[in-house]
Write a protein that binds this ligand. Structure first.
Ligand code: T3D
Length: 262
């Protein structure tokens, strides 16, 4: 898929940006948008020029979750399991396992599966005024698309339960205090701060960054012995890269290392 109707995909300075573009619905997710988003993430994965992905939304919302129009006439009749299998699960898996750092650039309100999307990114930079809701319960549903996995790991069991059970709106400062987001910045500095972080990651060692992502995910759900074994495997692989040799050389010659992903 080369051009998109419901999102924008741009690449500059080794950073790809995917911007959800249904601002009139706060970027609610339709089948069309979900298909395009999955396709865009796959194209980022395949593009050797891209080292970092930024995911954001156009307008005043990041993403309001599943488009509720799909429930309007057929609540209870839709095969929601098949829909999750077909649209959400492949997308969340692809985002969470992409071997490139991902940043959710959160420009506004985040709700339902929109929050799952933000949680599936590695890092979250939010603009002041952003708000977060596990809105599922408000329409009698339960958290999906990875929220039950990511949320307790990020903010702890009790806070995750509170968000999921109440659908409460969490404000920007609370989100920062809880570790739901990594950085909170003034609205007008959102792009500058996000892209400065993205470019810094894009100048890092791509192979090591991919392994760091896999290693931390592994460590979060295994015991100490398993984690150390996995770290060792990754470290053996990382120590064999040209990037490692280049960085050690650069350290002693006091140069900035140029990482090539080899
Ligand atoms: O199908 C499956 O596979 C299941 C998957 C389910 C996953 C889910 O995501 S379920 C949860 C779905 N999302 C929600 O329930 C959130 C619904 N939206 C809201 O609660 C609120 O809009 C917000 C809290 C996000 C923001 O509130 P506010 O007051 O800032 O904005 P608003 O006025 O409510 O919304 C602005 C417009 O966006 C409005 O349209 P209008 O009246 O200007 O024409 C509103 O209808 C529309 N909109 C917002 N969210 C959605 C939406 N339209 C369709 N679907 C939405 N999710």
């Amino acid at each position: 898929m080369d051009s998109y109707q419901w999102l924008e995909l741009e690449v500059a300075e080794r950073v790809a940006t995917i911007a959800l573009n249904r601002p009139e619905t706060l970027n609610a997710l339709t089948d069309g948008l979900l298909k395009e988003l999955t396709d865009a993430v796959k194209s980022v994965e395949k593009n050797p020029e891209v080292r970092v992905l930024v995911l954001t939304g156009r307008g005043r919302g990041f993403c309001s979750g599943q488009d509720l129009k799909s429930f309007q006439d057929s609540a209870g009749e839709r095969d929601i399991g098949a829909h999750l299998d077909q649209f959400y699960h492949p997308l969340i898996r692809k985002l969470a396992t992409l071997e490139k750092p991902t940043i959710a650039m959160i420009n506004g309100v985040v709700a339902g599966a929109g929050m799952s999307l933000a949680l599936a990114c590695d890092l979250r930079v939010a603009a002041e005024g952003a708000r977060f809701s596990q809105a599922f319960v408000r329409i009698g549903l339960v958290p999906d698309s990875g929220s039950t996995y990511f949320l307790p790991r990020l903010i702890g069991y009790s806070r995750a339960l509170e968000m999921a059970m109440t659908g409460m709106m969490v404000d920007d400062q609370t989100a920062l205090n809880w570790g739901l987001i990594n950085r909170l910045v003034p609205k007008e500095q959102l792009e500058q701060e996000t892209y400065s972080l993205a470019r810094s990651l894009a100048s890092g060692p791509p192979l090591a960054l991919g392994m760091i992502k896999r290693g931390i995910a592994w460590g979060a759900s295994h015991d100490l012995n398993d984690a150390m074994e996995r770290e060792k495997d990754f470290q053996i692989e990382a120590a064999r890269t040209e990037d490692h040799a280049e960085a050690v050389k650069a350290f002693f010659t006091k140069q900035v290392p140029q990482f090539r992903g080899r």
